[in-house]
Design a protein around this ligand. Sequence first.
Ligand code: GLN
Length: 302
Amino acid sequence: MRSLDDLRASLVSTRGGAVDDSIPQLAEADPELFGAALAHPDGEVVASGDARHPVSIQSAVKPFLFALALADTDGEALDRVGIEPTGEAFDSIKLESDTGRPPNPMVNAGALLTANLVSGDSGEARTRRILAGLSAFAGTDLDYDREISECEQLHGDRNHALAHLMRSEGTLDETADEAVAVYARACSVMVDAAALAVMGATLAFGGRNPVTGERVVSAAVARDVVSVMATCGVYDGSGRWMRSVGVPAKSSVSGAIVLSAPNRLGAAVISPPLDELGTSVRGEALSRALSEEHGLHAFGYR
Ligand code: GLN
């Protein structure tokens, strides 16, 4: 079997895509950065390239916000957010027309809501709960970058618009400013590929962190989250992704991708240049190579 180092090295020369420019900190990312990691059921973590270089987690946080919201609301979060793919961009200003709910937890509208369904009687308290929860998924202490979160709030006009829209529909309980602040902090949490792979593995192994042994969420919650990653995790590229990679995953504008192959492994790839749908170009190529090498495709025959 080809090692992670071999697979990564074979894709270093892959070009294409552009670094996100929605905030200065993302625009300044090194396009050559390329890290990857695998987390196995026995807790072994295999790291390659720039796997210890932290980036802001951005939308790769969304599966974990959904998981924490499900856990903290005893499943009520499933009544508050839809689970159907949108076929539209991640920041589309669109809610379900009959209910006013966000279409799914993997687009911005949904994550703005799930970030604010976690326990806590203030934005600060919810932020602390999110940091503690994400750290448990990763098996290491995570924190958010204050400058990035300020910038996200300043430049996140579409997120403010979505929050106001949900508030006017009665879907969001908090004020728009507070909801956007909590979500922006969650997107600004710094992770490296090694930590993100363990987060993916915790979902892949039914909510139990394979490194620390801690049960972070129930198996039922993990299954719900991974199911929605499979159908909605790569936004309007989810169909293409499922066909070619076949592993539930979540993409993000920092170029991070987290993958959860149920009962097999967790993985993460970080490479900033993105394609037109916001998916890391080298990240997708390496995910496909990993899926083939390890026989991870959900509908593959062996
Ligand atoms: N912080 C970004 C936003 O809300 C996250 C989007 C993403 O990674 N696709 O716009």
